[in-house]
Design a protein around this ligand. Structure first.
Ligand SMILES: [Zn+2]
Length: 296
């Protein structure tokens, strides 16, 4: 078996909270869509694209542990994609959050909380699993599944623009099993771990602030998909409410920069987390492990 050593190390500890980044797969998206109105000649210096204008991205659910809590922030695509979709998204391998969690010695039943920044399939697909008998069941049968009320409304009453971005099969089995925990705005979901409604990327997008031992990690979800998006004005063309994305980034990021908070990433191919100075330069970074092969 190929060695993937750094992926199973515990890369960050703040007080009594430990953070690990799961690795689901690499994938690619159009760089222009990822950087919105920013010209390619500008963004490509910070995040290079290939000849077809695709940029390399990853899918990295965040595993957050503190005594009594095993939390996942987002769960990747999961195993329900068709072969056509896997090719379309340029996925580097099959997706299964149970496999990725097992690398940390954890079973699906061990997960106490599953928090969704939002319900797009690259984040919420892993909420449910296609079993061998053809049924679709919650992947983490004991987890309290935390989502914003506005995000659920966006899924159940979709707009013409957003209706293809949500799939009932990612949520319905979770709700039917009584696992849903719907929050409205700011809430403390475990000691030292808060969710905050931001909107922006989607109507009910939320972020997480985790603090312990005098240190803080802010997980901005798809408001900060990579380190190259640190400028509040650099928002994705995928965002349904770009003005809100800009407002929320302008509200949170200067505070994170001034107070030395870590910012963690879900989609960055190179960095798991970073600290930035006031000018937006990375001053401290946690590198993603280099993969020897996509077959790990
Ligand atoms: Zn995403």
């Amino acid at each position: 078996m190929l060695v993937y050593p750094r992926a199973i190390m515990r890369p960050m500890q703040i007080g009594d909270i430990s953070l690990d980044w799961l690795y689901e797969a690499d994938f690619g998206l159009d760089g222009g869509a990822m950087f919105g109105v920013v010209p390619r000649v500008v963004w490509s210096k910070r995040y290079p694209a290939d000849s077809e204008n695709f940029i390399p991205l990853s899918l990295r659910p965040l595993l957050v542990r503190r005594p009594g809590t095993v939390m996942l922030i987002d769960a990747g695509y999961g195993n329900k994609l068709t072969e056509k979709q896997r090719v379309q998204y340029r996925l580097s391998r099959d997706c299964d959050p149970r496999r990725d969690l097992a690398r940390f010695g954890l079973a699906p039943e061990d997960v106490t909380h599953l928090v969704f920044t939002h319900l797009h399939p690259d984040h919420a697909g892993g909420a449910t699993t296609l079993e061998a008998d053809g049924s679709i069941r919650p992947t983490f049968p004991r987890a309290r599944v935390v989502v914003q009320r506005l995000e659920l409304e966006a899924m159940t009453t979709p707009h013409l623009r957003t209706k293809h971005a949500y799939q009932e099969e990612n949520w319905r089995p979770v709700a039917d099993a009584g696992l849903a925990h719907v929050v409205d705005g700011t809430a403390e979901i475990a000691e030292g771990i808060e969710v905050h409604l931001t909107g922006g990327h989607t109507q009910g997008h939320q972020i997480l602030k985790m603090s312990s031992g005098g240190q803080t990690v802010l997980h901005m979800g798809d408001l900060l998909p990579t380190h190259a998006h640190i400028n509040p004005l650099w928002v994705m063309a995928y965002d349904d409410f770009p003005m809100q994305s800009i407002e929320q980034k302008a509200r949170w990021l200067p505070r994170a920069q001034a107070e030395g908070w870590w910012l963690s990433f879900y989609h960055d191919r190179k960095l798991l987390a970073a600290r930035f100075d006031a000018a937006g330069k990375v001053c401290d970074a946690l590198d993603a492990p280099l993969l020897a092969s996509t077959a790990v």
